[in-house]
Every structure is written in structure tokens, then in C-alpha cells.
Design a protein around this ligand. Structure first.
Ligand code: ZN
Length: 105
């Protein structure tokens, strides 16, 4: 997921530890029903997160300073790529459905 200007937000003063970010990824993975091979958290210049064809997910440390809602968006986006490799209609429908579900609870 690219760091487009549309996604750029003022960083929060509060940050979540990498462990929390990772546990959020694992919780979402269970919910979506995917199993990432590896989850890495490291500084990334141009992206919030990326997904390799082998199922290895990498999340930017910058996400640790983003609001929970945006973290969820980035996490669900990347995990969904383990199911849908493109950004087609199915991808967008699933992304919206999972994020709407989150707001409902
Ligand atoms: Zn994507």
C-alpha cells in the first residue's frame, strides 16, 4: 500500500509498540482467514505496507504512529492481498466490508 498524499495524516503523539501492531495483524489475519508466512515491521520510505508473492508481509514502522482506524485500513488492505492479489472490484468490496464490520463493534 503506497503512501499516497491521500493517506498521509498528522502523526499521533502516542505510538503503539511494534508488538501491538503485530498482534493487530495476527487478529485481522484470523478474522479474514489468511495465514501470512512472515510478518515484518521495519522502516519503509514509500509504502505503509507490502506483500510478497510468497506471502511475506512487511509493515512500516510509521504505522505505529497512525490512528487505530488507519492502521486497520492498512493491515486489512495488505492481508486481503493474500486472497486477492489486485485492487479490482472484489478487493474493494471485501476491504470495505471488513472495515465496516470493525466500525460496527
Ligand atoms: Zn494493495
Amino acid at each position: 500500500m503506497s503512501k499516497s498524499t491521500a493517506h498521509e495524516r498528522a502523526p499521533l503523539e502516542e505510538t503503539v509498540p511494534a508488538d501491538v501492531l503485530k498482534s493487530e495483524v495476527l487478529a485481522w489475519a484470523r478474522r479474514i482467514g489468511v495465514t501470512p508466512k512472515e510478518i515484518h515491521i521495519r522502516p519503509m520510505k514509500r509504502k505503509w505496507a507490502s506483500c510478497s508473492s510468497s506471502g511475506r508481509l512487511t509493515f512500516s514502522t510509521d504505522l505505529m504512529r497512525q490512528p487505530a482506524e488507519f492502521r486497520a485500513e492498512a493491515i486489512v488492505h495488505e492481508l486481503l492481498h493474500l486472497k486477492v492479489p489486485n485492487h479490482g472490484p472484489l478487493f474493494r468490496v471485501l476491504l470495505r466490508a471488513y472495515l465496516a464490520e470493525r466500525k460496527g463493534d
